[in-house]
Write a protein that binds this ligand. Sequence first.
Ligand code: GUN
Length: 293
Amino acid sequence: MSATILDGKALAAKVRAETTAKVAARTAAGKAPPGLATVLVGNDPASETYVRNKRKSSEEVGMVSFGYEMPAETSQEELLKLIAELNARPEVHGILVQVPLPKQIEAAAIQSAISPKKDVDCLHPENIGYLAQKGREPRFVSCTPAGIMRMLAEAGVKLSGANAVVLGRSNIVGMPIALLLIKADATVTVAHSRTQDLPAVCREADVLVAAVGKAEMVRGEWVKPGAVVIDVGVNRMEDASAKRGYRLVGDVAFAEASQVASAITPVPGGVGPMTIAMLLENTYHAAELAGGS
Ligand code: GUN
């Protein structure tokens, strides 16, 4: 079998076009354009690229981008001070602090300090709490998980009653995607570094979400024939023949898995572009929550 490739780039372009239209309608109604503040601490090359893309994309859909770059030695107090300022600025509707943060800064303290109404990453405990509880309407849905759910919906994947296995339990992907899959009535297993016989657990999955950050860890024989495979990993693999000296690979051995799965996301061009598209959706939503200003 050769799997259908789930094209995140094309779907992200469609979502961004929808957001562009909504932003244009908002500003035509005399309201302020949505404003997204991005905060980058230090100079991790991958984080720099991500933040640059987020800023560029927000401007492309008619939003205002406020970029803050702080040195790697920034103290937690200094960052908290900036967050307090951004919380108070009406033209900033969404705040995104790129993770990972340097060691001296506790990410949880920063994420708790962001106003829950501006928490477009959905990392504030109040917002993840909404996502976790039955009968609640979450204010925001975490960007990468929201993008995955949108891709699954677009591909017509039936989640109700399906066995879903999530590899990884991070605050930013593993945990929130597990919560969303539960909300969608899937039977969800969250597997991680201590899970016994990972290949056997994965082989039970009708929907397999890999978010562990280990290059090509999931092999073809881990995949149940006909499964839908969502690869969240973005790993740099040395490649002397590539212009930059490396190429990007996912957490899934794509060539092998695509022979077994019914559908699979590529890396790059799968989940990655959807993350930014959903961040823009969340920022628009944050601006609407704030009202006219
Ligand atoms: N680092 C990698 N992905 C993300 C993301 O979606 N948001 C933030 N804040 N940091 C990240």
